[in-house]
Ligand binder design. Structure first.
Ligand code: ZN
Length: 185
């Protein structure tokens, strides 16, 4: 009986993952109505380098100084959480983090979190709060570091359906500037 339930759970997970895929319509990882600034990023030293596989990573800041610490961090798309860390260790530089399998070979990683509200095997919906903004791991001040990844953890080009069209990235490499998460209708 147990294996039947396991198989059922697995098939549901696979179904949800596949449903989430095809073309994940990413939403910005913060609350509707908020405007955050894309800071350092963007195929540049010292952190978002090609060597580190972070060419397409995004750093988002809100307000000034540490004002963004504790603000909700949202899942950009639906998926299944396949890794997380909430023990305040460095964790390879990520600190507290959540990695989501969107399906179709695409993953999302949200790092430097303060608090983490998700764990492995959780099914998350788009816009679900998976943690709060922090500065754990290799981070000098609170911000959201987000990257869409392949299975090997290398960042891949992605964009958000709700970002300002004037601030679109160039060839998938994010540009700095302010990005508003509009209210959902
Ligand atoms: Zn970063």
């Amino acid at each position: 009986m147990k294996w039947i339930i396991s198989a059922l759970v697995l098939s549901v997970l696979v179904f949800l993952a596949q449903a989430a895929v095809a073309n994940p319509q990413l939403r910005l990882p913060y609350a509707a109505g908020e405007t955050w600034h894309v800071d350092q990023g963007n195929n540049s030293t010292p952190t978002h380098t090609v060597a580190k596989g972070m060419t397409y990573a995004w750093d988002f800041n809100w307000g000034s100084g540490d004002q963004d610490k504790g603000r909700p961090v949202l899942a950009p798309a639906a998926g299944v959480v396949i890794a997380y860390s909430n023990n305040n260790s460095n964790n390879g530089g990520w600190g507290n983090m959540v990695r989501i399998d969107y399906g179709g070979g695409l993953y999302g990683r949200l790092v430097h979190l303060d608090k983490v509200f998700a764990k492995t095997e959780d099914i998350v919906v788009q816009g679900q709060t998976i943690g709060t903004c922090g500065t754990t791991g290799n981070s000098s001040s609170p911000h959201i570091h987000y990257q869409t990844e392949n299975i090997n953890g290398q960042s891949v080009a992605s964009s958000f359906v709700d970002e300002n069209v004037l601030l679109q990235e160039t060839n998938g490499v994010p540009k700095s500037g302010s990005r508003t998460h509009p209210q959902t209708p």
